[in-house]
Write a protein that binds this ligand. Sequence first.
Ligand code: CAO
Length: 553
Amino acid sequence: MALLEVQVPDIGDFDEVTVIELMVKVGDTVKADQSLITVESDKASMEIPSSTAGVVKELRVNLGDKVKQGSVVLVVEAAGAAAVPATAAPAVAAPVAAAAAPAPVAAAPAGAASGPIEIRVPDIGDFKDVVVIEVMVKAGDTIKVEQSLITVESDKAAMEIPSSHAGVLKDLKVKVGDTVNIGDLLAILEGTVSAAAAPVAVAASAVAAVIAAPAVVAASTAVASAVAAVGTPAHAPGASTLGLPHASPSVRKFARELGVPLDEVKGNGPKGRISQDDVQAFTKAVMSGAAQTKAQAAKAPAASGGDGAALGLIPWPKVDFAKFGPIERKEMGRIKKISGANLLRNAVLIPAVTNHDDADITDLEAFRVSTNKENEKSGVKVTMLAFLIKACVAALKKYPEFNSSLDGDAIVYKNYWHIGFAADTPNGLMVPVIRDCDKKGVLQISQEMGELAKKARDGKLGPAEMTGATFTISSLGGIGGKYFTPIINAPEVAILGVCKSTMEPVWDGKAFQPRLMLPLSLTWDHRVIDGAAAARFNAFLGQILSDFRRVLL
Ligand code: CAO
């Protein structure tokens, strides 16, 4: 077993760069070319790869350390290699000649020129087809020498390409997403006569000279050559114009693949550097709804009390109510705010329609009352809502689209029947969920409902008791009213509103009969459900409620 020192390779003109990320730890097995650390200058960030495989025995750098060519990064035990003392001359990452042949570019006049000047991609080392990830200038801008024009990125390094000339930008030839190579035309500047002349031919020949220069780059130190390109003396690093958040190229790539806007991610590393963990945490927060991207916030309808500007609506009226009489202002509670925002989103985004109907529950109510009399001692009171839940499960099974959710262009049909019920609590509206209602009897559902409603009122419902519903019932039967239009509890696609049953004269073909009629209001998502299906659902529900034996069919 040989102990080998891995050193910082030639990093071009950069004297010292800062270690901003350690990507391995002692005991890790590293492969050749695996990135070990990320270093950063004011113009580029780059990963330093290992040119040997082995096990990391010692880390010789810490976050924040300044390193340069030859600094020892770590010591690895390389299996099968000839034994070399750790203190010996560099065993890996042998110094490499700077690739970019900077002299010709340096020779190019650094001042402004008159007439059109072509700005081309300088030698960027061994990198081919690097992607333009940022364009920092636009036509009409006055460009200074060394001003960064674009940022390009490979899988190992991000670097800015500066302008070798001053002038006014006439024509920008690249855009974000383009791939560029050495010698590609980036921009055309219009030089000014007041500054030193820099004929196009000179600029072009400078680039040609760069292309022709020998590029002596070892495979594992390609990164260093990229740095050399960034650090080409004609564009010696000046004050950073880098508008990008601090993140290594691999983190940038990771963020780009996920579609994460990196400038919205809070970096928790040194100097606010964004790590892969930060990107993951941001993604999780957005997915769970705990955070929003700026784009989402701009698109989303305003939450309760919002002004609706995102929907192109006129502003919410601002009224000084105190002008008209005494007032008292109270901030809304947390639950009201959350449910308000959800209700608004669902009301705005769902093309909802409500069908009203009546169900004859005369016999069912008689049965419920007698059951409760018989069960008086058990302490469990059977409620109309429990019967409604069972009846709804039967209807949901017959019309499965009511037990589904929209997922993009697909409809997800659920083979479980978890029913949510709206509960009025001192803190606001809550929706506890009774799971697997298809497998439970009316007594058990009544009991669970009582327990969950109490927990809701006491503010003790856990998140698991409020999620996973496939359909919701909102009952105002204990309070009153005739019909209403409940708002769908997305991502469900339908909700049943129930009001107070009343005795009504119902014509049986021969005479009016006194029947106990229950008003039903079914709101449904027209993207998933058609009006005819909704009418059938209500009619079927009515049949079951009028003769509960049908539940068994
Ligand atoms: N018609 C006539 N009477 C009804 C009825 C109906 N549809 N539903 C219930 N009742 C009666 C009950 O039988 C009970 O009477 P008794 O005390 O004489 O037995 C009384 O009304 C009170 O019932 P309840 O409301 O306590 O019980 P429930 O099972 O019907 O409802 C719960 C439980 C948690 C749903 C209810 O307490 C509640 O919070 N309802 C409000 C839901 C809500 O706010 N919805 C609106 C959402 S949209 O803003």
